[in-house]
Design a protein around this ligand. Structure first.
Ligand SMILES: [Zn+2]
Length: 158
């Protein structure tokens, strides 16, 4: 009987922990969405945050490399090949900082492409939370294959 009671207490604790995590995830996703507004790209604005031990250790949005003109599209309205994705910007920013992303969570407004998925895996990121699906799922599939915890939270509910 005592054992059962202890178990249910543990269950409730786990439930509370989950609920707290969901609230945090939604807040970080909303922040990533606001951060995307920094992007000067016209076709799509993507934002992301890298969080470790409840601290934001990096951030990114899609755009051209430092020192380049702040225009993402060419005269045909196609995205220039040297535009960096939000995730690539956030991860490479860490390379110039004292932080590292080992075990971190990445919050991204949009489903990552396969190139960014590779970077996320190699950066030691363990969890991804995103809020907009993309027609291609190869990035998400790769992350799942690498054992990364992938969480989708619909844009409308965050
Ligand atoms: Zn990408």
């Amino acid at each position: 009987m005592v054992e059962v009671k202890q178990l249910s207490m543990k269950g409730r604790e786990e439930e509370r922990r989950q609920l707290k995590q969901t609230l945090l995830d939604k807040r970080y996703l909303r922040m990533a969405e606001i951060w995307a507004e920094n992007s000067y790209c016209e076709r799509r604005q993507v934002g992301c945050l890298v969080v470790k031990d409840k601290r934001i250790i990096s951030d990114g949005y899609n755009g051209t490399p430092s020192g380049f003109e702040n225009v993402c599209e060419d005269e045909n309205n196609l995205t220039k090949p040297y535009v960096l994705h939000a995730e690539a910007n956030a991860i490479t920013k860490l390379a110039r900082s004292h932080n590292n992303s080992d075990g971190a969570t990445i919050y991204v407004t949009d489903s990552p492409c396969i190139e960014c998925a590779k970077l996320i895996i190699q950066a030691g990121i363990k969890r991804l939370v995103y809020s907009r699906q993309y027609r291609l799922t190869d990035g998400i599939d790769l992350l799942k294959r690498a054992g990364i915890d992938v969480v989708f939270m619909d844009h409308d509910v965050i």
